[in-house]
Design a protein around this ligand. Sequence first.
Ligand code: NOJ
Length: 964
Amino acid sequence: MRALSSFLLLTIVPAAFAVKSQDFKTCAQAAFCRRGRALSARAQESQAWKSPYSVDPSSVAVSPEQASFVAAVKSSLYPNIKFSLDVRVHDDGVVRVRMDEVDGLRKRYDEAASWALTAEPTISPDVKWAVSKKDVRATYGAKNDIEVVVSYDPLTVILYRGGKAQVVLNGRGLLHMEHFRTKATGEEKAPVDAPADDSQVVMQVNNRAWFEGEEEDGFWEEKFGSWTDSKPKGPESLSIDINFPNHGHVYGIPQHATRLDLPTTTGENAHFSDPYRLYNADVFEYLADSPMSLYGSIPFMHAHSAESTVAIFNAVGSETWIDVGHPSATSTETHWISESGILDVFIMPGPTPADVFAQYTRLTGTPALPAHWALAYHQCRWNYISSDDVRDVQRRFDAEDMPVDVFWLDIEYAEEHKYFIWDKKTFPDPVDMMHDVEAIGRKMVVIIDPHLKRTDDYPVYKEAKELGVLVKSPGGENNYEGWCWSGSSAWIDFFNPSSWDWWKSLFITEQGDKWSWTESTVDTYIWNDMNEPSIFNGPEISMPRDNVHHGGWEHRDIHNINGVLLHNLTSQALMSRTDPPRRPFVLTRSFYAGSQRFGAMWTGDNLGTWEHMAVGVKMVLVNNIGGFSFAGSDVGGFFGNPEPEMLVRWYGVGIFSPFFRAHAHIDTKRREPYLLDEPYKSILRSLLRLRYSLLPVWYTAFRETSVTGLPVLRPHWVVFPKDEGGFSLDDQYFLGSSGLLVKPITDKGVTETSIYLPEDQVYYDYYSYEAYRGASKGKNVTVPAALDRVPFLVRGGSIVPTRERPRRSSMLMKRDPFTLRVALDTSGAAAGELYLDDGETFSHRDGKFIWRKFVASKQHKDLRIKSVDLAAQRPGEAVDGVALSNYNGANDFAKDIATVRVERVVVFGLSTKPKSVQVGGKELYWEYTPGVASDTKKQGTASVLVIKDPGVGVSSDWEIAVQV
Ligand code: NOJ
C-alpha cells in the first residue's frame, strides 16, 4: 500500500531509482485509449475508410452577424444520434470548433474551457461565413490570407494560410464521439466486417457499429489492479485527429519528461510505443524519458516549420492520450483520445511563435507578474523541523553571506498533518518565527495540501463537512474517504462554489467570529501540493473516476482541471488578506491551462541524477512555451544525496530557472549551500549572487510575459523561427528579450561545452568578455564551462541591467545602484530594457513603475548611450493589463527611486579607444582595455570600456557621449 511505502521511505533511501510503472496505466490498460487506437488502426486498414460524420447542409445556420455558424452533424453509422457543431472566429483570428451530442441520454461535460479561459472571447465582426452546398468558408486576416473551410461530407475543418493547409481536423477521419447509450442486454453478437466500398452502410449489432470493434471493450466497467471503475455513464470517449501538414515539429502538451521537440509515438521508428498521456498523477520516481503523465496537463500544442507556426488548444478536462507521428519530415499527424467531454478545440493561426503566444494567452491569460522576491532564491526541505531550526538555517546563510529570500515549511510543521495547525511541540512560536524571518524582507512559504484529516477536532475538516463541500463517493451520497499524509482523509470539492469564500476566509490572519489562520502573517505564502489529487490508496495514486463532484459530474470529467481550482482559490485567498491586496505567491504541483494566472509550478519529485537534471531543463522550457513560465525543478534533486559537483551544477540550472528553489526529501542528508566544503561553498555563493545580480533581467522578462505571453525562457525556435538548426535545441535557451543565451551544464566532469549560435552576430561570454562570432547558417562554438561558471553569453546588440552589490535578501537591494552591460553588435549598436516597481503591491496598475529603454547607437564614429522613458514612448501598450496612455514619468515610484544610480557602464566591442567619455559636457572616469576582437568580427577577447559612476539615475533621461 502506498501509505505504508511512503512511510517506509522516511527511513529507507532507495538503493536504485525505479518508477512503479505498474501503478499507472498504459494505453493498452485504459479501455477508451485502446478503443481510440483500435479505431485508428481500423481506419488505416480499411481501404474504403471515410469518416462517418457529416454536416446536414440544410441545417447550417449562420448567426445574424454572419460571424459564426451552427449546424447539425450526424454519423452515418448511428443515424439516430444527433450532434451539433458550432464554429466561430474570434477577433484575433483564433478559430473555435465545438461539437456536442444533442438530446442524448445524458449530458457531456462541457465546462472545461470555462475553467481555463479568462473570459468568453469576442467573435470577430469582420469574418463572414459563405455557405455553399458542400462547405462553409470564411476568409480573413490582415492580408486576407487565412481561410477556414468546414466541409460537410465527411466533416472536416481546415485552416489554410496563403492557400496552404496548416491545421486539419478529422482529415484522417478519426473523429468519434461515443454517444450515450443504454447497456445492451442479451447475447453479444459481433458486428459484421467493415464495408468493402465507401457506401458506409449502417452495420450494427447490439447497437454498435463495426468500427467500434468486435466487443464492448470496457464500456460499462473497467478494472485496474485491485480497483474497479463502475462507469455508470458507459462509454463517452472522444477521438479526433489533428494534422499539421507543412509543419515538421510539434512542441508543448506539458507535462512529460522528454525532449522539447516531441518524439514520435506512431510510425515505424516511433520513439515511444505509448501515446503521450495527460492524466495528472503523482508518479513516484518518474522516468527521465517517457510519455507517461505527470502532475499537470496543458493540452496546448505548437506546430512549427520555417515558414509557419500554428497551435491548438484542446479544452478537455478528462484523461487524454495523444499520438504523434510524422508521415514525412515536413508534416505532423496527431490523434487525441479523451475519456469524456465535448469537442472544444481552439485553432491558433499564428503565423509566428509570438502571434501564437499572444493568441493563446488572450484565451487563458498571461502569467501573473510575480512579487519581486519570488524570483529570488527559495530554500526548502522536507522538513525544517522546528522554529529554532528555521532560525538556525537563516543565521547560517547570513553568517556565510549567502543571499536567500524565502524559507519553506513542508508538511511536518502541521500537527498530525492537519494543515494550518502548528505542531506546538516543535513550532511553539510560529508568528515570532515568521517575524524573525521577515525582518529583512524575507518571506515564509508554508504547505497547505487539499486533503483534510477526518477528525472533528480539526476545524477545517469540520467546517467543510458541515458546509457540504466534500467530494462524494460513487453514487454521490457519502463523503469520499481516502488515504494521504494525514491518514484517513476527505477532499474539498472546489467545483462547489460554496467552498470558495469559505476557503478564502481560512487565510484571514486577524481574529474574527469564526476559525481562521490567525497564527500566521500576511507575509506567509503558500505551497499547494498533492492536488492532482494524490491519494495513496486510490487507483493510479489518485481519486476514483466514479467519485462525484458538484453538479453530479464524475471525477473522470474534471480530473485534469482539479488542481487548478485550489491554486486559483489559494491565490485569491492571499490577496484578500489585506486591503489593498498584495501580490500572492502560491506554488502548485498540479496544473492545467490557465494555471499561469495563479503562481508558480515545479516539476515534482525529481531524482538526484544527471538525467533528471538535464530533463528538468527541458520540462521547464516546455512549461514556458505552454504559457506557464514561472516554473522550476527541485535544485539538488528531490531524492538522493548529490555529490558536490552535481549539487553545484544543479544550482547552475536553478539560477537560470524562473522559479529557483532547493528542495530535498526527508531522508536525504542536509545540503544547504553553506554546508559544502571549499571550493564548492564559494562557488555556490557566487552562483547565488549571480542570480541576485540578474534579478532586474528576470523581473523585466516577467513584465513582458505578463503582457505579451512571450515566455520567460525561450527556446531557439521561438527566437529564430526560421533557423532550422535550432528547432530541436532544448539544452540552451534565451532569457526573455535580454539577449542572454544560457546553456547550463548537466553532465559530470565537463570543462567546456558547445553552444549553437543561430546567426551572423557576435556573442560575448558573460564572464570573460570572449567574443564569439556566429554564422548566418548557424554555428557551434566551444565555450569554457569549468565548475564555477554556467556558460552563458550576451548577444551582441543587448544592454543588460544588473545590480552587483552582494546582499542577504533581495529586499535589501531596493536602493542599490545598477550596472549596465552594453554588448555592441556587429554594427556597433545595442539596446535593452528595465522594468521596476515596488515588487509587492498592485500599485503598478496605478502607473507606479518605471520602464526604461537603454539605447547605444553610433553617431558618425562616436557612440551615444542613452536612457529613455519607454512607458511614455509606448502609449498604446499596457503594463499588467493597464494601458500606458496616462502614464506619468513622475509617478510616486519613480520619485521614490529618483536617487538610485547607474554606478557603472561596461561597453564590450568598441572598435577603438575613446578620446573622451562625457555626460552633459562633463568628462567621466573611464578605463579602456583593448581586445583581440576589437572590431567585433573576430573571435577573441572583446575590448572593454568601463565607465565608472557616470552620475546618472536609473529612472531619469540621460545621454553618455563616447567620442572615438
Ligand atoms: C510531495 C512533494 O512533491 C514533495 O515536494 C514534498 O516534499 C512531499 N510531498 C511532502 O510534502
